[in-house]
Write a protein that binds this ligand. Structure first.
Ligand SMILES: [Zn+2]
Ligand SMILES: [Zn+2]
Length: 121
């Protein structure tokens, strides 16, 4: 993958705030609308395919977070959108099945949705 100027600008935002999730709209605002929204969407999909970003869906919108160095997932509260980081626990299952089936794994998604302790009272 070639890291063009726009791709680098987008990736830098994720790497500067590793615990944040961004939607394409949020990035569009953060970048002062200097990058076309369609380019942002395409770049996010590309980064996800390359395994740099992971995706969670909140209220029907796609949010992305950086996952390449410190691979992890999130539990996300459906009410207040707070998030709790969780270690990846599916690597072994994926590796086992992939080697049995001869499947070449590029990336995977996992997000746990529910209600945090403040919201399920
Ligand atoms: Zn909550
Ligand atoms: Zn994982």
């Amino acid at each position: 993958m070639r890291l063009t100027k726009h791709r680098k600008q987008i990736l830098d935002i994720f790497m500067e705030s590793l615990d944040n999730l961004y939607s394409a709209d949020m990035l569009y605002e953060v970048l002062d609308k200097q990058i076309n929204i369609a380019t942002i969407y395409r770049t996010l999909e590309l980064f996800q395919k390359e395994g740099l970003l992971a995706k969670s869906i909140i209220d029907g919108s796609a949010y992305y977070y950086y996952t390449a160095k410190d691979h992890h997932h999130y539990m996300i509260c459906l009410q207040c959108h707070s998030k709790i980081k969780i270690d990846c626990m599916v690597h072994h299952a994926i590796d086992d099945t992939a080697s049995k089936e001869g499947f070449q794994v590029k990336q995977h998604d996992l997000t746990v949705y529910g209600y945090c302790k403040n919201c399920h009272k």
